[in-house]
Design a protein around this ligand. Sequence first.
Ligand SMILES: C[C@H](O)[C@H](O)[C@H]1CNC2=NC(N)=NC(=O)C2=N1
Length: 162
Amino acid sequence: FGSCVYRSRSVQYSSQLRSSTTLTMSTEQPSAAACVPGGKCVPCESLDKSHLLSPQQVESELASMQLWKLSDDNTNITRTYTARNFQAAMDSLNAIGVIAERENHHPDMHLTGYRNVEIVLFTHSLGGISLNDITMAKMIDDEVRFSYSPKWLRENPAAKKD
Ligand SMILES: C[C@H](O)[C@H](O)[C@H]1CNC2=NC(N)=NC(=O)C2=N1
């Protein structure tokens, strides 16, 4: 997933003595990179308005992602679920957080009523939806092992993973 090309190493030179320069290699945190389908990543900063998806484009992407909905104002995609319990909700948020940090593309996450979760994805730098958000949604669906409320799962069979 998202084999992002990170600007991996920053080289800091600090000359301690005039006669020698200490070369300290430090590996930066993975740089700003957001992923688009196909595992290619583009740095967040390289996105511009041309990367915004139209509502039609979003809807066609979401046709195969039934757990996600396009917001009424077309500015984000959301996924809501009820976890089995508070810990399961927290575990899912933390798992999503790992993906978000890895991809440097972060959802808004809301936990209410101790186990009702809403995940909201949009590209902050554009104020709308880009392919990065679609990719993140797919990664969340594919990689996170959710523990749902059995009642919720019965009511949302699309969430069932075989
Ligand atoms: C500097 C940093 O890479 C950027 O702010 C990243 C961080 N995470 C992000 N997450 C989201 N959803 N949208 C962004 O534009 C974004 N940009």
